[in-house]
Write a protein that binds this ligand. Structure first.
Ligand SMILES: C[S@@+](CC[C@H](N)C(=O)[O-])C[C@H]1O[C@@H](n2cnc3c(N)ncnc32)[C@H](O)[C@@H]1O
Length: 528
């Protein structure tokens, strides 16, 4: 057996987060920053721990396939602690520049300290087999043949479950072609975007711990640190051109494995983006007039966030809320409703905008603790927060049917549009989650349409590109409308400058096209 090195604190931290994610269903982007702070890990150690933890979580499905092939024991029969240590070790061997001997010996040391000498010997044997080939070699061995099973091949190469690859292919209308049939993209899925990570040697750049959210992480509330050697960027994909079958799908999958930039939203009327960018050392956003991109640092510690001048909010989330606010409307425009408001990112933006029009926002949230987050987010704004079920429109005086000029339904969804910000989410979600969510979305959309006044607008938003949650949901509402409805072309409401908005009337944003989460917006006008 290789000399088992005692494990360093960075690897130990990454391992602890993996255990909490897999044992307690924790969210890595909430657990890791706290652990880094508790253990006083900073600089390169924090960046290394973050890379190992997030990278391992993203690549879990592919790592498991490698480990299954490299072990004589089925993964399901392994002790949970050993399985997570092996994932961490295999990630270092295949996705980073950590020397093989260091990856193996530290993992063996970890297994010995948690599971004993017998397990350490087993881990040593498995990792030595894994170290026998590089990532490309393993992918060639474990990925299905791309001619026979293009979706299965992409799933393994880009570390996504097959059902998500299929959902992206359908939403992009981009079905993968076998190699040699016009596909030019790098089939390894290996990042060309950044240098592989090496072990820390001392001081260096700070990691970017995720923005803190006391509830579950949201697209709006999740920010994420450095990752370098992810399955990743697809250098030759040509997003949106449709010129190479499957190329855009590969670009979309690769974008989920790239390091996401932290986006801030300046509170309208409180600070402008020139000033915010100057103060945080960031860069003004490309599309949203309130967006600032944060190149590094820990967003949770910024005084501008603490003081309520700005929030962590994906630019796509900003854009869909702004589009609802910008779409033309005849008649009164002072009573707005946010029917699913927690934790309050869009409510804060809409509340500030409606304040500028002399109006008021009602923000509804079904979960009490998330309603509390909304209250905090909208402090000082003309917003009434209701802890209520959004389907109660017409059943309580604060939610009168036909009582609102603009209604946002930012529906609970699978969150497939924000996988880059939630490293474990792709493996935690399953296709069977869809049916209940789609039914809830349908009921909430009916309630939103009843809440808006004749002539008013509903914005139906999801942080998912899955067609069952997006276009099919809208098609069903228009086919069997609870009140008279018409689709409105949402594209002009995004203003000039945002490329690749498709054929309308709905808009689907994408990380690989717009640098935003994959937010969807449909605008519906109540016509009677
Ligand atoms: C996608 S999140 C909304 C994100 C929010 N708009 C923001 O920008 O911060 C959906 C929210 O809907 C809430 N929710 C789920 N079912 C609901 C219901 N029946 N009525 C109201 N809210 C509900 C969830 O608790 C969750 O907070």
């Amino acid at each position: 057996m290789a000399g088992a090195k005692p494990i360093d604190r960075a690897r130990r931290a990454a391992y602890e987060v993996l255990r909490q994610v897999h044992e307690h269903d924790a969210y890595a982007n909430l657990v890791l920053p706290k652990l880094l702070a508790d253990w006083s890990l900073t600089g390169r150690d924090a960046a290394f721990a973050t890379e190992l933890c997030y990278g391992t979580l993203r690549a879990t499905g592919t790592l498991d396939a490698v480990l299954a092939a490299g072990s004589n024991r089925p993964l399901a029969k392994m002790d949970d602690t050993v399985r997570d240590a092996l994932r961490l070790g295999a990630y270092q061997l295949l996705y980073t520049r950590v020397p093989a001997h260091a990856a193996v010996s530290t993992t063996v040391g970890l297994v010995r300290s948690t599971a004993g000498a017998g397990s350490a010997s087993f881990a040593n044997a498995v990792l030595r087999r894994v170290a026998g080939a590089d990532l490309d070699g393993w992918l060639d061995r474990i990925a299905p043949d791309a001619d026979a099973d293009p979706i299965g091949a992409l799933a393994v190469r880009y570390a996504h479950p097959e059902w998500i690859v299929r959902a992206f292919a359908a939403a992009l209308d981009d079905v993968p072609a076998p190699p040699g049939n016009g596909a030019t993209a790098d089939e390894t899925g290996t990042s060309t975007a950044g240098a592989p990570v090496a072990e820390p040697t001392g001081t260096g750049t700070a990691a970017q711990p995720a923005a803190d959210s006391p509830a579950q992480p949201d697209a709006d509330a999740a920010a994420e640190p450095d990752t370098a050697a992810q399955p990743g960027a697809d250098a030759e994909a040509q997003p949106g051109t449709g010129s190479v079958a499957g190329a855009e799908l590969r670009a979309a999958l690769a974008a989920d494995n790239d390091r996401p930039v932290v986006h801030l939203a300046a509170r309208p009327g409180a600070i402008d983006t020139v000033e915010l960018a100057r103060r945080v050392g960031g860069e003004r956003g490309r599309y949203s007039p309130y967006a600032v991109y944060l190149p590094g640092g820990a967003p949770g510690e910024l005084p501008e966030l603490r003081d309520g001048l700005a929030r962590v909010q994906d630019e796509g989330s900003q854009l869909v809320a702004l589009a609802l606010a910008a779409a033309p409307l005849d008649g009164t425009d002072t009573s707005w409703l946010d029917l699913c408001a927690g934790p309050g990112g869009k409510a804060a933006l809409l509340g500030a905008l409606v304040a500028g029009r002399g109006g008021r926002l009602t923000a509804v949230e079904a979960a009490e603790h998330r309603a509390e987050l909304v209250r905090a987010a909208v402090a000082g704004l003309p917003v009434t927060v209701l802890h209520a079920d959004g389907r109660a429109v017409g059943e309580r005086p604060e939610l009168p049917a036909g009582g609102f000029d603009r209604v946002l339904l930012d529906a609970p969804c699978t969150g497939l549009g924000a996988l880059r910000r939630r490293p474990e989410a792709r493996w935690r979600r399953s296709e069977s989650d869809l049916a209940d969510l789609v039914e809830l979305q349908r009921e909430l959309l009916a309630a939103a349409c009843c809440a808006v006044r004749p002539g008013g607008l509903v914005g139906y938003v999801t942080c998912s590109p899955h067609l069952a949650e997006t276009r099919e949901q809208v098609r069903a509402a228009l086919a069997d409308p609870p009140v008279p409805l018409a689709a409105v072309d949402a594209r002009p409401a995004f203003g000039a400058g945002l490329p690749q908005l498709g054929e309308g009337p709905t808009v689907q944003l994408w990380p690989h096209r717009h640098g935003t989460d994959a937010m969807f917006l449909a605008l519906l006008r109540r016509t009677g």
